[in-house]
Design a protein around this ligand. Structure first.
Ligand code: NAD
Ligand code: GLY
Length: 352
């Protein structure tokens, strides 16, 4: 088992290995006396993994109250959130009790936000079961629910007490969910780690899962420790995402997030090659890695359409948007860019 310590405002460990779910109870006992645990999961993950986690928790002396939501982004809303708060209150949860998120980023974000706000904050742990949740959403303490006006518009920073990442759970992921998560993995290689990127390029689908997930978590840990509340360096994690948000919006959310991120990264690389900011010789490697993980590179919208969609990005500050510009594989920089200059920059990506 690999242990990565996150020195955030509230420190915790990310423990990464295989077959960790039967050990959840024992691992949690190292952290707390027996208490009530609200195990939040979705219907798909419930059928696959909840019995193992429930047994493990009960055997270690915890009282388990399970709450199952329908799978998918539509569950990350205010109605489900309020129902969950009422479930905690009706079952007599106190500040010494905790929650556990078993699932992907939807379950993790909803669980984290509920934990952040119930009784002004109770502890929670993350048991991520998608690649995206393992390398991104379970670490760093961003929690949220969606509003009708947009995704993640209501949230809080609330760090988990423990992240237990059982990498074998990725074996049961549908191929498209697996690929979508790999877009985030490729992102870490692009912004911070040339060796990680080279490993993905060389091994393709046969990559070393524990090494790759651990490296991603270490990179995220470093960035979160430097900028926990997302005022600067943490924005590097948005590489490809500003364009992706535009693509998701323009496609009426029919293009999944991971695929949109892949297109966004490819477009930014092509644009930066055209602008002389990224070595042309390195661009084909990105396209090759994306293809190896069944991720697209071509954007089905025009620069004008994309730029217009980006104007409304929630991360816009005044007349500027901070773009993440790739400078070489393993290195990216933040570049505040006037909104009116975005279209011109993106045009480079279409003609390269
Ligand atoms: P998800 O949670 O919807 O999971 C995707 C699908 O995979 C679901 O249908 C789920 O039931 C299924 N699934 C999960 N684990 C499985 C397994 N092991 N085997 C089989 N099926 C499994 O989606 P996601 O991609 O994990 O997360 C997306 C969410 O994460 C979004 O809401 C996004 O906003 C959020 N997010 C949050 C952060 C953060 O820092 N908090 C970062 C990135 C994304
Ligand atoms: N997923 C981006 C972040 O955690 O900041």
């Amino acid at each position: 088992m690999n242990v990565i310590r996150v020195q955030a405002s509230s420190p915790y460990e990310v423990r990464i290995g295989t077959s960790l779910l039967p050990l959840v109870g024992e691992q949690l006992r190292g952290l707390t006396a027996p208490c009530k645990v609200c195990l939040l999961t979705d219907d798909t993950v419930n059928a696959l993994y909840a019995p193992t986690v429930e047994n493990s928790l009960r055997q270690a002396g915890f009282q388990v109250h399970k709450y199952v939501i329908p799978h998918g982004e539509a569950s990350k809303n205010g109605h489900v959130y309020l129902a969950l708060l009422n479930f905690l209150a009706d079952n007599g949860f106190s500040r010494t009790d905790m929650m556990a998120a078993l699932g992907g980023g939807v379950v993790g974000d909803l669980c984290g936000f509920t934990a952040a706000t119930f009784l002004r904050g109770i502890r929670y742990i993350q048991l991520p079961t998608t690649i995206l949740a393992m390398v991104d959403s379970s670490v760093g303490g961003k929690t949220a629910i969606d509003l009708p006006a947009g995704k993640n518009l209501c949230g809080a920073f609330w760090q988990p007490a423990l992240v237990l990442c059982s990498t074998d759970t990725a074996d049961t992921l549908p191929a498209d969910v697996f690929s979508d998560g790999m877009a985030e993995v490729i992102k870490y290689g692009m912004i911070r780690d040339r060796a990680l990127f080279a490993h993905l390029l060389e091994k393709g689908l046969h990559f070393d899962r524990e090494y790759v997930i651990s490296r991603c978590v270490e990179i995220k840990r470093d960035i979160v420790e430097a900028d926990e509340f997302d005022n600067g360096e943490r924005q590097l994690l948005n590489f490809g995402h500003t364009v992706a948000h535009g693509i998701e919006k323009l496609s009426d959310y029919s293009i999944p997030h991971g695929r949109a991120v892949a297109m966004g990264m490819a477009l930014m690389v092509k644009s930066c090659v055209k602008a002389g900011l990224f070595p042309a010789s390195q661009a084909p490697s990105l396209m090759q890695v994306l293809e190896a993980f069944s991720l697209p590179a071509d954007v089905p919208f025009s620069p004008a359409e994309l730029a217009a969609a980006m104007i409304n990005d929630k991360k816009r500050r005044g007349g500027e948007i901070t773009l993440v510009l790739p400078r070489q594989i393993g290195l990216a920089v933040l570049q505040p860019t006037p909104i009116h200059a975005c279209e011109g920059l993106l045009e480079g990506g279409y003609s390269a």
